[in-house]
Ligand binder design. Structure first.
Ligand SMILES: Nc1ncnc2c1ncn2[C@@H]1O[C@H](COP(=O)(O)OP(=O)(O)OP(=O)(O)O)[C@@H](O)[C@H]1O
Length: 788
C-alpha cells in the first residue's frame, strides 16, 4: 500500500495548493480527484498482480532453487491488445465482406498477409519487441548496449590489426628487425582483447536470445494458462493455431524467433559498422573515385540479390508448421499408446507418421532446390563480382599510369589471388616512381589497405547474407505473432464474426461466435445456487458458415443448495455440453448462466486426469504442495479421504505419498475415477458437477461415495445413465434427444411417474406384438417345409 499512500500525499498537496487559486480550484480539484482515483485503482491492481506471484522450486544441477514468478500485469495485456489486432482491411477486401460489421480477430488477417520482409513484418516485429524489450531500462537494453560496445571494440581492433599487419610487412621489406619484433609484440598484445571480445560477443548474443525467450515464454504462458482457460479455447473454439498445436509454437517457434533475432542484430550491426568505418578509412587512401567504384559495386550486388531472393520467410513458416504436424502426430501416439496397442493399430499409425514426415521432407527438399539458384547467384556476386571490381581498381594505374590519385587505390589490391598480387606489385612500382614514397612505405600502405578491402568485402558479403536471415525472421515472426494475437483474442473472448448465411431460414437461429449475446455470472452467491435462464446449449463451430449446432433448446432451471440434480439423456444429446457452458468452456450464446465462484464449485470430467507429480499431488490437484501445507490438512486427513473412496491401500502399495510415478499408466480405470472423487472430498466445494465420473466404479462403492458427498454438504449435479443414482438426487433433467427438447421434473413426482408409466406401456404393447410375430414366423417355416 506504500505507493498508494505516497500518491495520496501527493494528491492532497495538490489539492491544498489549488485552494489558493480561486476559480481554477474547482477544475483542479476535479483533476486531482480523477488522478487520485486512477492511481488508487492502479495501486490496487498492482497489489493484486503481486499477490498472484508464485514461488516455484526448480531442480538444476543437483540443487533446488527457488524462483519467484510474477504474472504479467493485466494492464500490460490491455495495453498490448491493440498491437495484436488485425490491420484495417483494404478497400477491396472490405467491399467483398458481408453487410454485418465484423470485429474479427487479428491473426486471421495476419496469416492471410503475405509473409516476407514488408511493412506488415515490421509492424508485427514492433509489436513483439514491446514484449521482449518492455522498457528503456530493462535487462535486454543493457545486454544490447554491452553487445554493441563489444561489436564497436571488435571493429576498432580490426582497424588496428590492419595497420599492424601493414607495419609488420613494411618492416620486413625494409629489413627493420627491431621494428618487426616490436610489431610482433603488439600483435600478441592485440590478440588478448581480440579473443576476449569475440568470446563476449558470442556470449552476449546467446544471453540476449535466452532473455528474449524467457520474456516471450512467460508472457505466452500467462495468456495461454489464464483464468479463462485460453488453452482450451485455442483447441476447441478457434482454428488459427491448427493441427500443429500450440506446443510447437511455444517451444520451437518462439525459440527460433529469439535466436534468429539476436543473431540478426550482430549479423547486421557489425558488418554495417565495418562498412562505414572501413570505407572511411579506405577512402583516405583510395580517394573519392575509388570509393565510388566500390559503392557502385555494392549497389549492383544488392540489386541482383534482391531480385533473386526467394520467399524464404514463407518457406520457413511452412516448414515450421510441417515440423509441428509431425511432432503432434508423435504426441498423439504417446498419449493414446494403450488404446492403439489394443486395436493393433501400429501399421496405420506408422502410415500417418510417415505421411507427416514425407510432407515435411518434400518441403525441405523443395527448399534445397530453390536454394541452388540463389546460392549460385550469391556466390557469383559476392566472390566474383566483387573481386572483379578489385581487379578493375588495380588495372587503372597499370593501363592509365597518369591517374595519380588512383595510383594509391591500386596499392589497395582487392583479392587474395596471386594474380592480384602480381598486378599490384607492377602497379606498386609504377606508383612509387610517381609519388616519391619509399617501397617499404608503399608496401605498408598496400598491405593495410588490402586487408581493409578484404574485411570490407567480408562485411558486405555478411550483410548480403543477412538479407536471407531477415526473410527467415519474417517467417518466425509471423508464427509468433499469430500465436500471440490468437491468445490475446481468445483470452479477451473475441472471436471471428461470420455473416449470417443467405440460405438460412429466418426462423432458424444463427449461433455465431462473433456475436455472443449471453452472459455468464461466475461469482454468484453460493446460496443462490446454479441457474440457467433461457440458455440454448450450442456446440460452437469456429469458422463454419452455418454457425454452431443447437443441442438443447432455451434451458431454464435453478439448483439451490441441497437440491441435487441428475441429468440424463441419450449419447450426444448434450449432457456434457451443459457442464461445459456452466464451466465457461463453451460460450453462452443467449440468456444468463449464474454459478458460484471457482472455489465453491468443482467439475469432475468424464475422462479422469492424473497430473505429473506425487501420489499426494493426485489427491490435492489442482492444489500444489505449498497450498496443501497452508491448508493445515495432513497426510492422515488424506488417508481418511482415500478410505472413503476405497483407495486406502495405495500409499502402502506405491511407497508413500511422496513417490512420483506415471499415475495414468499405473491406476486402473475405476481407480482413476475414485481418485477424482477423492479430490472432491479434499476440496469440499459447495457444488460438485460430476460428469459420468463414476461409470467404471462398481455400483456399491459408487453409492457410498455419493452418500458421503451429500453428508459433507456437497450439492450434486450429476450426469449419468445409471438408474441406481436416482435415489441420490432430488431433480431430474432429461434431454429427450428430440430436437433439443428437455424435461425438468422432481424425482418421484406424479408427472414424472406418468412419463415413465407411458414409456412402460409403450414397451408392453410392443412386447405383446412379439407373440403374434413369433406365430407368423412359425407359419412361414411350416410353409417352407411343406414346399420342400
Ligand atoms: N468441441 C466440440 N465442438 C463441436 N461439437 C462438439 C464438441 N464436442 C462435442 N461436440 C458434439 O456435441 C454433441 C454433444 O456432446 P456431449 O459431449 O455433450 O454429449 P453427451 O450427451 O454428454 O453424450 P455421452 O453420453 O455420449 O457422453 C455431440 O454430438 C458431440 O459430437
Amino acid at each position: 500500500m506504500a505507493p498508494a499512500q505516497s500518491n495520496l500525499a501527493r494528491s492532497t498537496a495538490l489539492l491544498t495548493s489549488m485552494q489558493t487559486k480561486g476559480g481554477a480550484a474547482i477544475v483542479g480539484t476535479l483533476f486531482a480527484l480523477l488522478y487520485l482515483r486512477r492511481k488508487l485503482a492502479q495501486a490496487a491492481q498492482d497489489a493484486q498482480d503481486k499477490r498472484g506471484a508464485r514461488e516455484l522450486l526448480v531442480p538444476t544441477r543437483g540443487r533446488v532453487s527457488k524462483v519467484v514468478i510474477r504474472p504479467t500485469k493485466a494492464s500490460t495485456f490491455a495495453r498490448h491488445r491493440p498491437l495484436f489486432r488485425k490491420p484495417p482491411p483494404t478497400p477491396a477486401s472490405s467491399s467483398a465482406s458481408s453487410s454485418k460489421p465484423a470485429p474479427a480477430p487479428a491473426a486471421a488477417g495476419a496469416s492471410a498477409q503475405r509473409v516476407g520482409v514488408n511493412r506488415e513484418f515490421f509492424r508485427q516485429l514492433g509489436a513483439i519487441l514491446r514484449i521482449i524489450i518492455p522498457h528503456a531500462t530493462s535487462k535486454e537494453v543493457w545486454l544490447l548496449g554491452a553487445h554493441t560496445t563489444f561489436l564497436l571494440l571488435r571493429t576498432y581492433l580490426s582497424l588496428l590489426v590492419a595497420q599492424l599487419d601493414g607495419k609488420l610487412v613494411g618492416d620486413l621489406v625494409s629489413a627493420n628487425g627491431r621494428g618487426f619484433l616490436e610489431g610482433l609484440a603488439y600483435w600478441f598484445l592485440l590478440a588478448i582483447p581480440s579473443v576476449y571480445t569475440n568470446a563476449m560477443i558470442r556470449l552476449l548474443q546467446s544471453k540476449l536470445a535466452i532473455s528474449f525467450r524467457t520474456r516471450l515464454t512467460r508472457y505466452v504462458h500467462d495468456l495461454y494458462l489464464d483464468r479463462t482457460n485460453t488453452f482450451y479455447k485455442v483447441v476447441n473454439l478457434d482454428s488459427r493455431i491448427g493441427s500443429s498445436g500450440a506446443d510447437q509454437f511455444v517451444t520451437t517457434d518462439v525459440n527460433r524467433f529469439c535466436e534468429t533475432l539476436s543473431a540478426l542484430y550482430s549479423n547486421v550491426s557489425k558488418p554495417s559498422l565495418d562498412l562505414i568505418l572501413f570505407n572511411i578509412q579506405l577512402g583516405r587512401s583510395i580517394g573519392g573515385r575509388g570509393s565510388a567504384l566500390l559503392l557502385a559495386s555494392y549497389a549492383a550486388t544488392v540489386w541482383i540479390l534482391r531480385k533473386v531472393t526467394p520467399a524464404f520467410g514463407k518457406l520457413a513458416a511452412i516448414e515450421a508448421k510441417l515440423e509441428g504436424d509431425f511432432r503432434a502426430a508423435h504426441s498423439r501416439l504417446i498419449i493414446n499408446s494403450e488404446e492403439i496397442a489394443f486395436y493393433d493399430g501400429a501399421p496405420i499409425e506408422k502410415d500417418i507418421l510417415t505421411r507427416a514426415y514425407l510432407r515435411l521432407i518434400k518441403h525441405i527438399n523443395s527448399i534445397f532446390k530453390i536454394r541452388i539458384l540463389y546460392g549460385m547467384t550469391e556466390d557469383f556476386v559476392i566472390k566474383y563480382l566483387w573481386s572483379a571490381s578489385g581487379y578493375c581498381l588495380i588495372s587503372i594505374p597499370v593501363f592509365f599510369p597518369k591517374a595519380k590519385k588512383l595510383a594509391q587505390a591500386v596499392t589497395a589490391g582487392s583479392d587474395t589471388s596471386t594474380k592480384v598480387d602480381t598486378a599490384s606489385s607492377v602497379a606498386l612500382e609504377a606508383a612509387s616512381r610517381g609519388d616519391g614514397l619509399s617501397v617499404s612505405q608503399r608496401t605498408q600502405n598496400y598491405i593495410s589497405n588490402r586487408r581493409l578491402l578484404l574485411s570490407l568485402a567480408d562485411a558486405g558479403g555478411r550483410l548480403m547474407l543477412s538479407w536471407k536471415d531477415l526473410s527467415e525472421l519474417a517467417g518466425s515472426t509471423s508464427r509468433v505473432y499469430t500465436l500471440l494475437s490468437t491468445l490475446h483474442d481468445l483470452s479477451g473472448s473475441t472471436y471471428a464474426a461470420l455473416p449470417r448465411p443467405a440460405d438460412l431460414a429466418p426462423d432458424q437461429p444463427f449461433y455465431d461466435l462473433g456475436s455472443l449475446n449471453g452472459l455468464l455470472v461466475d461469482d454468484a452467491p453460493a446460496a443462490e445456487g446454479v441457474s440457467f435462464d433461457k440458455v440454448p446449449i450450442v456446440a460452437p463451430a469456429p469458422g463454419v458458415a452455418h454457425g454452431g449446432e443447437e443441442l438443447v433448446k432455451r434451458l431454464s432451471l435453478r439448483v439451490r443448495p441441497g437440491e441435487h440434480l441428475l441429468i440424463t439423456g441419450g449419447n450426444g444429446s448434450g449432457k456434457t455440453a451443459i457442464a461445459r457452458v456452466l464451466a465457461g468452456l463453451w460460450p453462452v450464446f443467449e440468456g444468463v448462466v449464474a454459478r458460484p465462484a471457482d472455489e465453491d464449485i468443482m467439475f469432475l470430467p468424464q475422462r479422469p486426469y492424473l497430473s505429473n507429480g506425487s501420489l499426494r499431488d493426485q489427491i490435492i490437484y489442482p492444489h500444489s504442495y505449498p497450498d496443501f501445507a497452508k491448508s493445515g490438512k495432513t497426510d492422515a486427513d488424506l488417508m481418511e479421504i482415500l478410505r472413503k473412496v476405497h483407495l486406502s491401500y495405495l500409499p502402502a502399495r506405491e511407497g508413500g505419498y511422496d513417490v512420483r510415478k506415471e499415475w495414468k499408466d499405473i491406476l486402473s480405470g475405476g481407480e482413476k475415477q475414485r481418485m477424482g472423487m477423492a479430490r472432491l472430498f479434499y476440496h469440499l466445494p459447495k457444488y460438485g458437477v460430476l460428469d459420468e465420473c463414476t461409470s467404471a466404479v462398481s455400483t456399491d462403492v459408487e453409492g457410498s461415495m455419493y452418500q458421503h458427498a451429500k453428508d459433507v454438504g456437497i450439492t450434486l449435479i450429476t450426469i449419468s445413465h445409471r438408474p441406481s443414482l436416482f435415489q441420490h438426487h432430488l431433480y431430474l433433467l432429461r434431454l429427450t434427444g428430440d430436437h433439443g427438447q428437455w424435461e425438468f421434473t422432481k424425482i418421484g413426482e406424479a408427472d414424472q411417474d406418468l412419463s415413465f408409466q407411458k414409456e412402460i406401456e409403450s414397451l408392453k404393447s410392443k412386447l405383446a406384438e412379439v407373440e403374434s410375430w413369433k406365430a407368423r414366423l412359425t407359419d412361414i417355416d411350416d410353409e417352407l417345409h411343406f414346399k420342400a
